[in-house]
Every structure is written in C-alpha cells, then in structure tokens.
Design a protein around this ligand. Sequence first.
Ligand SMILES: [Zn+2]
Length: 322
Amino acid sequence: MDKGLSLGIDLGGTKILAVLANSDMKPLAEAKSSTRIVPDPAMIAEQIKETGFEVLRGINASIDDVSVIGVAVPSSVDPRTGDCVHSPNLGLKNYSLKKHLEKFFGRDVYLANDGNCGVLAEFHAGAARGFNSVVAYFVGTGLGGGIIIDGKLLVGNGGIAGELGHTIVKYGGRKCNCGNKGCLEAYCSKAGFVKAIQRNIDGKGLKCSVGKFIKNGNIKSRYLALAYENLDPAVCRAVNNGIKMLGAAAASHVSTVAPECIILGGGVVEAIGDEFMEIFIESFKEHLFGIKPSEIAVRRASLGDSAVAIGATILAAKKGKI
Ligand SMILES: [Zn+2]
C-alpha cells in the first residue's frame, strides 16, 4: 500500500545517503553506504538502488510504501530531459540514470544537482526557513551551491545556474578540476586547500603537520580543522585565503541575484565552525555593493550531512517542481 513516503538519495563521491520522509516531508530514517567508483554507470545505479532498499528495510517498509523518488547527483541536470548532463566523474556519458533508476524502482525518479538539493533542504526545513531568496555554498571536496529566488530554485539555461564553485575569481588563476582556471572551487574546497597546502610547503617552505593525512589530493575535514585549530602555518594560509575568496565571490553574487540570506554549509564549514564564519563575514562585508550587511542574513546550514538527501526527498515530494 502506498503510504505516500518520499525516498531521497544523495549520490556523493565518497558516500551514498538515503533518507525516507513522510508526506509532511519529515525524515523518518536514513541509510548510508560507501560509493564504489566503478567505470560502469549501471553499477552506480545498482549502488543507488541497494542503499534505497536498505533504508526501507530499516523501518520494515517496502517500495510499495513509496510514492516517488528523488536523487541528488554531482552533475547539472538538464531541465528538458530531467537527466544528468554528461558527468565525467560519474562516467555517465550516453547513459540515462533517470531511466535506469525508474526501471529498477518501478517509480517516477526525479534528479537534481546536489548543491540545489542542499539549498532546497535548508530553505524548506533548515537555516534559511522564512526567507524568500537564498544563496547557499557547500564547502566539501568541491564547492557546491544553489540559488533560490522568490521561492523558486534557479536552474536556468541547461540547468547550470547555481554552479557557484565555478565562478572565476582570478583571471588565469589556479587550475580547477573542471578544466577552467581561477574558479572559486580551486581556492575554497578541500581539493583547492590541498593544492595550496602543498604549494605552501614546497614553494614557501612553510611547516605543515597534515601531509600524512592527504590522500589522492583530498583530506578529511576533521584533520584539516584540527591543523587549522593548531595554527599549522601551511594550512592556515591556504584556508584563510580560500575563505576570503569565498566572501568576495558571495558579495559579487549578491549584486547579481540579491538574496536575503546566505547559507554556508558542507563538511569544512561544519568542522572549522565559528572561525570560518568570522573570516567569511569580514570579507563578505568588505566587498558588498549597494546593500548594508545588516540587510542580509549570513547563517550556517543546520541540516548537516543529511541536507542533500533531505533536499532529494523534497524534490520527490514536489515531483520535481521546485
Ligand atoms: Zn571550475
């Protein structure tokens, strides 16, 4: 019997998180598994399915209790097809994730970009509740983002609106994983911090205590935060510079879309906490144009690690009309 449950699944680079929510969009249960990066997209779809069924088993529910499914993907989603735009990281070229998941689950499946799902969750159920226009940044391995204007998610031409991490903040600057140079993500994300830390050690001869924790160009947020707290010179320089770049970029985004609220979330913001917020706000205020800092709320995201999956349940409940 269909109990009107919504299943939301966050397909991340390191983990897949599934959340089950009731018809009032209240989360009931969650299940997590590690993402196995495999070259075969059908196997990624299989992992999504497994994690979805795991959360159902956790509360003795079945797929028959679920009305609709939302999946957050680390890719733009084409508003015309509702499917992932070619995502090299996921190996999804010429593969319809939407179609395959609908076949697996026997339900309608709606896809959205992960940063967009994050802002959707904070807007409906988190720190941005009560505002009409919100810009959110999620600082993790990369830098995700999302924009809600007058209550509606901005997707734009080809679904690429809200890719805030790929705002160019320095002409000809540091190479980003997207292939461009000078993107915000190349300065303010764990991937960017790690590159800067290595440069600070090799080029500037700064001392660093976290070298052994850097693996495959990445570092766990808690190790980064610990080194930051202990005033590690190479880490502090990299992180502070990145946060200031984010503050300046956010001020530029204000002059483009004029939000009432800025949300900062993701593993790095959670781990570093108040100091991240303080440095951000100082740079943000310094670069604002045409509006007083007191007229824009700056808040930390409140839904933590589950935000994106919760956003995917909202995406599902609203049948993709976000
Ligand atoms: Zn980029």
